[in-house]
Write a new protein. Structure first.
Lengths: 183, 378
């Protein structure tokens, strides 16, 4: 196909995927040559939409509203989901949907299932590959445990209970040590 | 796919990698109390101060710069990228960065090769950025990853085995990495093709946004990766890099088309933009005149790239770019409270202003170089 094809406008052109009238004329650059596609609005939407993301401030709420469309039919489900609140930071799912920002790392665990469709929509995947912290704590549970222990250590230090603090410190070191076989 | 390495040119302006990181023990910014924010800041700063190499990085404190300065700085990415200090020290190169010390060097446009900086408590606790004036994103990745390793030896990042680096926005989770290339595509805009091209990029998991200002219209675009989860850093770099030659090709074709269609009209258009810019106040904070300035600069940049300017005008543009670059550095120097540097810069700006970019000055020892590699008539 050549680039000229996509410039030609034909009122009777049929969508290449279904039989509706093609009103979208898309130029795809996946190959080395331009690929012209003629699609109806519905198929074009499906073809083009791969979520919404941007350099600095992705409009997650847009993706969310699309994502949650099917749920709106069951308003109760949505209301229930919106009311869910993270026990660590207190953010509700509704607040997240509005602002597009999570409240704490634990939200990824607490809202795990609810976030999954969004992650798939934006990234096309739900499993990290790539860099890992070298002395990284490799599972979320021990990391949450670590957050808890650090908080606790701080509290006992404030109470000047340094014996308890040193116990907690050793516990923290042990967990950190498990997380980094390389060190 | 042709694999010719891409040097910075009239179409590719700069490239950048940014890593989003959060500290495991704190909530994300949106739910932080003021005290917690301060604590995060001090934890990060302490971690950085503990590390000999990291302490040489430049902290970008956005609250110290007022909106006008930031806008002004943003504009100037045209000729250089603001606010960041060279980090030859980080990369171990011994050569001192001679950032724009010679006005005659401006035809290189970007005086630096690589710059690293970080910011605290913006959307995430910590964001590390490396800018490059070329497209060597692999080198940028090595550099930023080394910085990241050093930070990580001081702080515990929020990280999960399944979801990678945990970020305030789920769109950044995983690698937390945004790879981007800033491109100048005026001819694609003029020929009305830019939206079509940008839309088609989505299929390749690459997103393009207008840079500089909110308006979707504009000639500058930042092309970046869409996904951050389920794909490793090298592949992200590859995704973004692969797009660039194609965009360059389309922009060149569009420029050729415009020249063939009406070379004289185009040349007049560029020359008019230069005249128009001469009458504008570069420091006017009014957004309308800001938009005019950007439009003029864009046209002029394109004209230089296409060799459409007369030598005398090209010299004026060079002096203008030098001036703009010095002003940029002056703002940075003031932000860093380096007043010795600031006073030097002020004097150099005054000299350059006197030399005059607004009119064709013969007193132009500071513009001996050719304006562009692609200069001359076609």
């Amino acid at each position: 196909m050549s680039a000229e094809d996509c410039g030609r406008s034909n009122k009777n052109m049929k969508c290449q995927k279904c039989q509706k009238q093609a009103t979208f004329h898309i130029t795809d650059l996946t190959g080395d040559d331009l690929l012209a596609l003629h699609l109806c609005p519905d198929c074009a939407k499906g073809y083009l939409e791969t979520g919404d993301s941007s350099e600095d401030a992705p409009v997650i709420s847009d993706v969310m509203s699309k994502q949650l469309k099917p749920l709106e039919q069951t308003a109760d489900d949505l209301r229930e989901l919106d009311a869910k609140e993270c026990p660590i930071c207190g953010i509700s799912f509704y607040e997240f949907r509005q602002g597009g920002r999570l409240g704490c790392p634990h939200d990824y665990v607490f809202f795990g299932e609810d976030l999954e469709p969004l992650l798939i929509n934006v990234h096309g995947d739900n499993q990290h590959v790539g860099k890992q912290p070298k002395r990284g704590i490799t599972d979320t549970e021990s990391q949450t445990e670590l957050i808890r222990l650090r908080r606790q250590m701080k509290e006992v230090v404030e109470q000047e209970d340094y014996e308890k603090a040193s116990q907690i410190r050793d516990q923290i070191r042990q967990i950190e040590g498990e997380g980094s076989a390389s060190e | 796919m042709n694999d010719v390495p891409i040097e910075p040119n009239d179409i590719v302006i700069s490239s950048r990698i940014r890593l989003a990181r959060n500290i495991a023990d704190f909530p994300f910014i949106s739910t932080c109390s003021d005290d917690q924010r301060l604590e995060i800041e001090s934890v990060v700063l302490k971690g950085i101060a503990n590390d000999q190499v990291l302490s040489d990085l430049t902290l970008l404190d956005s609250f110290e710069l007022n909106a006008l300065e930031r806008q002004f700085l943003m504009d100037l990415q045209l000729v250089s990228s603001p606010l960041q200090e060279t980090t030859e020290r980080v990369s171990g190169a011994s050569e001192t960065a001679d950032v724009g010390s010679s006005e005659s060097d401006v035809s290189r446009e970007l005086p630096w090769e690589e710059l690293a900086s970080y910011s605290i408590n913006e959307e995430d606790h910590l964001r590390i950025t490396v800018n490059r004036s070329d497209l060597n994103l692999q080198a940028a990745w090595r550099q930023i990853s080394a910085i990241d390793d050093r930070v990580e030896s001081q702080l515990t990042y929020a990280f999960s085995q399944q979801l990678g680096y945990l970020t305030a926005c789920p769109a950044n989770v995983g690698t937390g990495m945004r790879v981007s290339v800033l491109m100048h595509l005026p001819a694609l805009v003029m020929t009305g093709q830019v939206e079509k091209v940008m839309r088609s990029l989505q299929r390749l998991n690459v997103v393009a946004r207008g840079e500089f200002g909110d308006s979707a219209v504009g000639d500058f675009f930042r092309v970046s990766n869409q996904a951050t989860l389920g794909i490793d850093e090298d592949s992200l770099i590859e995704q973004v890099t692969a797009i660039v030659p194609r965009l360059i090709k389309y922009e060149r074709e569009a420029r050729r088309f415009l020249v063939e269609q009406n070379r004289e009209g185009l040349r007049r258009d560029v020359a008019d933009s230069l005249e128009k810019l001469c009458r504008l106040d570069l420091e006017d904070e009014d957004s309308e005149s800001h938009e005019h300035i950007m439009q003029c600069l864009s046209k002029i940049r394109m004209g230089v790239g296409m060799g459409l300017l007369e030598q005398a005008d090209a010299d004026r543009v060079n002096r203008l770019f030098a001036l703009v670059q010095l002003r940029d550095q002056l703002v940075v120097a003031i932000a860093r409270e380096d007043y010795r540097e600031a006073s030097e810069l002020r004097d150099r700006i005054a000299t350059l202003e006197k030399g005059g970019w607004r009119r064709d000055s013969t007193d132009s020892e500071m513009s001996r170089d050719e304006p562009q590699e692609e200069g001359g008539s076609q």
